[in-house]
Design a protein around this ligand. Structure first.
Ligand SMILES: [Zn+2]
Length: 181
């Protein structure tokens, strides 16, 4: 599932073999592409303070997922998420397309608070309307990528079948081979 919140959390990207970590938020141009992809264009680049709040939001979302895997999200973290949602009040507007009407949610301002609220809302939407038990952290400890398990049996353990799952299979094979010698 492609959602803005998972895309955002995975902007802290770890190589599946544990060779390097890359923070996409600090890469030139990444945020611009991210905003275009999710239709959240803003004319002003983020200030240093904005980047700090984005990093904090990403840490909050990841810790909420980790808490959910273990047990459940704390009231403290839920309150913190609600505070991000509150950053941008929305109003509603009835819009007429060629064929039908649409009810649109309109932000009061289109700025970085709006971007943060949209990311938080995407996460809240996932918890409220999807299956939170399908939110998982890749079992490859080098990777720790976050994904939504859409398999029927809900047993997916790795973010990518080609990289993370194969790497672990190969390691297990080598380990068992060693034991047999
Ligand atoms: Zn992975």
């Amino acid at each position: 599932m492609d959602t803005i919140c998972l895309d955002f959390i995975n902007s802290e990207f770890r190589d599946f073999r544990g060779r390097w970590v890359r923070d996409d938020l600090q890469q030139p141009g990444w945020l611009e592409q991210f905003l275009v992809k999710w239709g959240l264009q803003i004319d002003r680049p983020p200030e240093a303070a904005t980047l700090t709040t984005l990093v904090a939001l990403r840490a909050l979302l990841r810790s909420m997922i980790e808490a959910m895997v273990e047990e459940q999200i704390t009231d403290h973290d839920r309150t913190a998420l609600n505070a991000v949602l509150l950053k941008m009040p929305l109003s509603r507007r009835l819009v007429k397309d060629t064929a039908r009407y649409r009810l649109e949610m309109v932000p009061l301002k289109q700025d970085w608070d709006w971007v943060q609220a949209e990311i938080a809302a995407s996460f809240a939407h996932l918890l409220a309307y999807q299956d939170p038990r399908r939110l998982k952290i890749c079992a490859n400890t080098n990777c720790r990528g976050v994904f939504y398990d859409e398999s029927k049996s809900r047993t997916k353990r790795y973010c990518t079948p080609d990289k993370c799952a194969n790497l672990l299979k190969a390691r297990r094979f080598r380990a068992s081979h060693k034991n047999n010698l």
